[in-house]
Design a protein around this ligand. Structure first.
Ligand code: M6R
Length: 614
């Protein structure tokens, strides 16, 4: 949710912190702030509600010097969006500065205790509790790191914390408790960095280490050391990241979201590299962690995720059930974690999460592990908590996604889930060589077809102009197109703020049909496939009640153009590939509708890219 950055080294800290915050801003953009420390000793704190751009203007008008500092971009949980609630927070004596990501669940009780002890609070946040707790332990003579450890033992809830003190400006402490988002430590040549996200570390160094829950990092300009909550030293291996910092650049695109939509032709190909053998027309997943014998013993697959990743999970479940012939279902991770699912070692749990840090999905993974299931993560972010918890990971290789609305990561996730279905089906014998070969030929054509859809961008823009005048939309789909309908509706809700319902088309006449009128257009996902005729009937039902219909059909369809008001064409493809292809027009419809309404699709209100709180 929130983004955290810290730097200590030989360069001026303020520009480094601001640059880091810009690349972390997609995690939260309610307010932003930095604290810069220098040897005088002096701490300069600059904060503002709103964007990092605003913070940058404020910092430019001040004369801030110092080669250590911490910064934060906030997604508000406790306390309204204002300057007082922006991080960094300070202790009563103002010598301690702290940024926090997560929720202190027992903050009311701790706040009352600290107030009784004479602490003065300047914000309504739960985060401020932590800096006062650390202050009270330091007053008892504890060092910064010991006081932080002691404070950590008092707070309930997941947290990522970074804290520094004016008394020792070159020393910064970072701590991870549970799954409130990670902390990546970057070991640079001219300084050390800590951040919520690799992207903010990459401009300095590719040598990084990830904190696990219960681990602390202490950085100074020349050293980084790692400790447990009892103060013991941890020998932590560093890794060399092969990621590029360019992902944080928009290039010539107006928005990250548009850039990422356009990257899909290339990114889908990347998901297949080394997994699809186009010459021999077969699929295998060298990174799948379980043996052929274990695969043959599987008796159910459960795919968990949240939001868009839940929709990907639903599509994946359709594909696995159809191609592998074993029970497969998608579960919303926030529900799954509190159920009593029946699991054993023959259950495969697939956690779908592009960030690898979504709190509910990680909790679902814990439940799966406790139930003895096998589990894999389908994830973008190597080194994230999900990839470290799973028995193995299938990386989706979409490249870093900055736009809050998921686009290319969903498309790549579904490609990977489709490959998983083919891999399992081939090994279990539910798919013959010829079926796999057909699927490989379809996959080979996918990037080109995505490119063709992108070339028809002006069509979606024209339809978006009409949709932008509406307040309600209905998205209908059947089978594997049902999650595509849910995703189309989600994209429209999140970036254009239009009420949009995704519905299983067969369910419509059991209630939602009452909403049909000229005020609520229907987007009917009806490409070629076994359920197309059923969809045509649903389109007729909408039309018969005065509803406007935009149909998504396969090129060459002669029936839908006769009944629908508008048709968006997909290139001919199998129903599974059509589900993937249909996402591109859905994304562009939402994007252009948001632009019509003069909204910023990259930073939709109230949302954060990575949801690290429950
Ligand atoms: O990082 P994850 O894939 O676990 O994120 C889950 C959801 O928060 C995410 O898919 C969200 O729904 C999308 N960004 C919305 O476009």
């Amino acid at each position: 949710m929130c983004g955290i950055i810290a730097y200590t080294g030989r360069d001026e800290a303020a520009p480094i912190l601001l640059k880091g915050l810009k690349s972390l801003e997609y995690r939260g953009y309610d307010s932003a702030g930095i604290a810069v420390l220098n040897a005088e000793p002096h701490v300069s704190i600059t904060k503002t509600p709103g964007r990092v751009e605003e913070l940058e203007r404020k910092v430019a008008s001040e004369n801030i010097t110092g080669t250590s500092g911490i910064g934060h971009t906030r997604w508000a949980t406790h306390g309204i969006v204002n300057e007082a609630n922006a991080h960094p927070h300070t202790s009563c004596g103002s010598e301690l500065v702290l940024v926090h990501n997560g929720i202190v669940e027992n903050y009311l009780e701790l706040r009352a205790e600290l107030l009784d002890a004479g602490h003065k609070f300047t914000s309504e946040t739960d985060s401020e509790i932590i800096v006062h707790l650390i202050e009270s332990h330091m007053k008892d003579g504890a060092s910064l790191e010991d006081a932080t450890r002691r404070a950590a033992k008092r707070i309930r809830g997941a947290a990522a914390i970074v804290v520094a003190t004016a008394g020792d400006p070159g020393r910064i402490v970072g701590l991870r408790l549970g799954n409130a988002g990670g902390i990546v430590v970057g070991i640079g040549k001219t300084g050390m960095v800590m951040a919520s996200d690799l992207l903010a570390v990459l401009p300095h160094t590719r040598t990084v280490a990830y904190l696990d829950s219960g681990e602390m990092a202490i950085i100074t300009p020349d050293t980084a050391s790692f400790h447990d909550l009892d103060g013991g030293v941890i020998e932590k291996a560093t890794i060399e990241s092969d990621r590029s910092a360019e992902a944080a650049e928009r290039g010539s695109f107006r928005h990250f979201m548009l850039k990422e939509i356009h990257e899909q032709a290339e990114s889908t190909a990347s998901a297949m590299r080394g997994r699809v053998d186009f010459e021999n027309e077969t699929v295998s997943l060298p990174d799948f962690p379980f043996s052929e014998e274990e695969i043959r013993r599987l008796d159910q697959v459960i795919i968990v995720g949240m939001g868009t990743s839940f929709h990907s999970a639903m599509m994946g479940a359709y594909m696995i059930e159809e191609l592998v012939g074993i029970p497969a279902r998608a579960e919303n991770a926030s529900e799954f974690r509190y159920r009593s699912p029946v699991l054993d070692e023959n259950t495969l749990v697939v956690a779908v999460t592009q960030s690898g840090e979504t709190a509910d999905t990680l909790a679902a993974m814990e439940a799966a592990r406790d139930g003895g299931a096998k589990q894999i993560a389908v994830c973008e972010t190597e080194g994230s908590q999900a990839t470290r918890m799973a028995d193995g990971s299938l990386l989706i290789r979409a490249g870093q996604e900055i736009g809050v609305a998921s686009t290319k990561t969903m498309t790549n996730t579904i490609v990977v889930l489709h490959l998983l279905a083919l891999h399992l089906g081939r090994i279990r014998g539910s798919l013959g060589d010829e079926t796999v070969a057909d699927a490989v030929r379809e996959l080979a054509a996918l990037p080109g077809k995505v490119g063709d859809l992108l070339a028809a961008e002006s069509t979606y823009e024209a339809i978006a102009r009409r949709l932008a005048t509406k307040r309600h939309l209905l998205y209908l789909g059947r089978g594997v197109m049902f999650p595509a309908a849910l995703e189309g509706a989600l994209k429209m809700k999140e970036i254009a703020y239009i009420h949009a319902e995704g519905y299983a088309a067969g369910e419509m006449k059991h209630g939602a049909i009452a909403l049909i009128s000229d005020l609520m257009p229907t987007i009917a996902l009806a490409p070629a496939g076994p359920l197309r005729e059923k969809m045509v009937s649903n389109v007729n039902e909408v039309k018969a009640r005065g509803g406007e219909v935009i149909a998504v059909a396969t090129e060459g369809d002669t029936m839908l153009p006769a009944v629908a008001d508008e048709v968006i064409y997909l290139p001919p493809a199998s129903v599974q590939m059509s589900a993937i292809l249909s996402l591109v027009p859905m994304q562009l419809l939402a994007y252009y509708t948001a632009l019509q309404l003069e909204l910023d699709p990259d930073k939709p209100r109230n949302l954060a890219k990575t949801v690290t709180v429950e």
